[in-house]
Design a protein around this ligand. Structure first.
Ligand code: ZN
Length: 248
């Protein structure tokens, strides 16, 4: 079994028996993987606080080819995002990031860009205290990098350009619909101005966007639309999405 050193973000952990934990990690070099951390429930565990949710850590993993569960040998904190989670809104936002990442990325598929995206979004939550734009940015790029970003300037059914008009979507939508193609379930309207926010995201870093101006009107609506598309692609409900809707 080779011992692999890599960096990781802790997506979540859960108990395994009396003393151990399973840590679901997004690693830089092995992709997303589940690891068993022996003794991690003990008070004086050698893992210390490194397995807190969303911690950015350095890990040493015994890689077991063709096995679902890898063995975590040791871990140390590079950067913690635990303190910011005392703010409930940020806690829910970080849980959303973890849930969407875990659902979206196949196991053991290395994706450096999503790794860097997740880290950038966590840092922006820490420094800006803002929720909406970091999540808009995360959703946009998660969809785009995964090849699931719908066209935002034309109808997904008839393919005609929206040409400055608003569009519609609803539960289970993968794309936007024009006024003519909208069906009864597509009740949520999204304005041309809101869709225009997405145009600017391709060529800007998140910290630049956050530093530039206040969150534009419609950013939250855009966030909700992207979340719907992500949920449709996952084919299941995101638990944290409802918490976000209530609180953020
Ligand atoms: Zn149409």
């Amino acid at each position: 079994m080779p011992l692999v050193e890599t960096e990781a973000v802790v997506l979540r952990t859960y108990r395994l028996g009396e003393t151990d934990k399973i840590a679901s990690l997004l690693t830089r070099d092995l992709g997303r993987c589940r690891t068993a951390a022996s003794g991690a429930q003990r008070t004086k565990s050698r893992f210390g606080s490194s397995l807190e949710p969303l911690s950015y850590i350095r890990v040493w993993i015994f890689e077991r080819e063709n096995r679902d569960l890898q063995r975590l040998n040791s871990a140390e904190v590079i950067e913690s995002f635990f303190g910011i989670q005392s703010d409930y809104r940020i806690q829910v936002a970080t849980q959303y990031l973890a849930e969407a990442t875990e659902g979206f990325l196949p196991e053991r598929e290395v994706n450096e860009r999503v790794f860097r995206l997740l880290l950038a979004v966590l840092r922006s939550l820490k420094t800006s205290g803002e929720i909406t734009r970091p999540l808009v940015y995360f959703n946009y790029w998660l969809l785009r990098l995964g090849g699931f970003l719908p066209e935002l300037d034309r109808c997904g059914a008839c393919r005609r350009p929206l040409a400055g008009a608003g569009a519609f979507y609803g539960p289970g939508s993968e794309a936007l619909l024009c006024q003519d193609c909208r069906h009864p379930a597509a009740q949520i309207e999204i304005s041309a101005g809101t869709l225009g926010i997405a145009d600017g995201l391709r060529g800007i870093r998140l910290d630049e966007w956050l530093g530039r101006q206040k969150a534009p009107a419609g950013a939250k609506q855009l966030r909700r639309f992207f979340e719907e598309v992500i949920q449709t692609q996952l084919e299941r409900k995101l638990v944290t999405r409802e918490l976000l809707a209530d609180e953020v």
